[in-house]
Design a protein around this ligand. Structure first.
Ligand code: NAD
Ligand code: UDP
Ligand code: UDP
Length: 343
């Protein structure tokens, strides 16, 4: 809340919590790696709006300048083209570490690069956090649970992950990133936070990133059949991006390391999702079945008890409420009406 925020401003800008006389900081200096991407750019908007100084570090593999362009010219905003696999020297108070391709199509494109980003990239950002005494938040993933044998997934579940499969570069990469994060916390006393994010959708998703929500929405808008992989009975739980951003900020500013599941417990089969897209866009949208991808998890649904209790957080926007917000952004981008370029 607001009181907490005021206290935060006075005490958090400095290592050790003591504010030197005459040096009261107004906002925080925050790095967002992957800040030109889908989730990162929405997070940047929130941090900028509350008056912080934000540095986006992004190599533009899947991110786009358009996602943050509306901050160009604001003295509180900087954009650095940089690959987190290379070391980076900055002076900051907080690091939100999001840099990593998130869609299966993108992370499988160059699997070794995905592993390097998760392992070396995370190591570098933890080294940075250690050097300057910054608080570090890792955006991990529900994929650490693999093809889960427990349902819904609780943070204490260790997961069921194939170490040698086509998704392993991402799943095992994120698992190692979590390990590194905890080892810097225990060994070097770095203040860390871990979020395990479940499937998230919203404006600014890459239109052709191959994820199911972006595929179905783009297909329905283009009057193409929606491609359902496998029998369509596998499930996912879809979270609207503003709910995730709220959870990430609460986690960063709270007192708990985590890991925390951040996701919407509303669970849908892919066939049910297709039905919601039909209701939202076009009742005549058709469905086409395709073979499923390798190692596809059968079920996924977060247990968010921990985040509810310790972060006082829960998602507010249902799939039926959130989908139309994404559809208007996709409609503008697909049909070239750029009047609303920064949703
Ligand atoms: P995204 O692909 O839109 O954003 C990732 C950003 O990281 C992009 O801007 C990309 O250019 C940048 N990037 C990638 N490799 C980099 C590197 N080596 N150096 C610097 N920048 C690099 O994906 P997103 O959906 O916004 O995901 C953000 C984070 O959240 C990722 O870490 C992802 O694993 C995690 N996550 C997302 C979801 C989801 O459903 N969106 C689910 C679980 C976890
Ligand atoms: N690092 C960085 N920026 C910094 C400090 C460190 O990119 O401000 C990198 C550094 O290059 C190293 C990694 O973070 O590769 C881990 O740093 P740490 O100091 O923990 O370990 P060491 O350098 O002793 O291996
Ligand atoms: N999927 C689908 N049609 C598509 C894309 C994906 O049916 O066009 C399925 C995919 O097989 C998986 C689910 O949707 O079961 C979610 O896939 P996505 O790539 O969005 O995210 P994941 O949770 O697998 O990382």
């Amino acid at each position: 809340g607001h009181n907490h925020r005021a206290e935060f401003e006075v005490t958090r800008g400095f290592v050790g919590g003591k504010v030197p006389l005459g040096l009261k900081r107004k906002g925080l200096r925050i790095v967002v790696t992957g800040g030109a991407g889908f989730v990162g750019s929405h997070l940047v908007d929130r941090l900028m709006a509350r008056g912080d100084s934000v540095i986006v570090v992004d190599n533009f593999f899947t991110g786009r300048k358009q996602n943050v362009m509306h901050h160009f010219g604001n003295p509180n905003f900087e954009l650095i083209r940089h690959d987190v696999v290379e070391p980076l020297l900055l002076e900051v108070d907080q690091i939100y570490h999001l840099a990593c391709p998130a869609s299966p199509v993108h992370y499988k494109f160059n699997p070794v690069k995905t592993i390097k980003t998760n392992v070396v990239g995370t190591l570098n950002m933890l080294g940075l956090a250690k050097r300057v005494g910054a608080r570090f938040l890792l955006t991990s993933t529900s994929e650490v649970y693999g093809d889960p044998l427990q349902h819904p997934q609780v943070e204490t579940y260790w997961g069921n992950v194939n170490p040698i499969g086509v998704r392993s570069c991402y799943d095992e990469g994120k698992r190692t990133a979590e390990t590194l994060t905890m080892d810097y916390h225990r060994g070097a006393q770095v203040e860390v936070r871990i979020a395990r994010i479940f499937n998230t959708y919203g404006p600014r998703m890459c239109i052709d990133d191959g994820r199911v929500v972006s595929n179905f929405v783009a297909q329905a808008l283009r009057k193409e059949p929606m491609t359902v992989y496998g029998d369509g009975k596998q499930t996912r739980s879809f979270q609207y991006v503003s709910d995730l951003v709220e959870g990430l900020i609460r986690l960063m500013e709270g007192e708990h390391v985590g890991p925390f599941n951040l996701g919407n417990p509303g669970e849908f089969t892919m066939l049910e999702l297709a039905k919601v897209v039909q209701e939202t866009i076009d009742p005549n949208a058709s469905i086409e079945f395709r073979p499923n991808t390798e190692d596809d998890p059968h079920k996924r649904k977060p247990d968010i008890t921990r985040a509810k209790e310790l972060l006082n957080w829960e998602p507010k926007i249902s799939l039926r409420q959130g989908l139309p917000l994404m559809v208007s952004d996709f409609r503008n981008r697909i049909f070239g009406d750029h009047s609303d370029a920064n949703p």
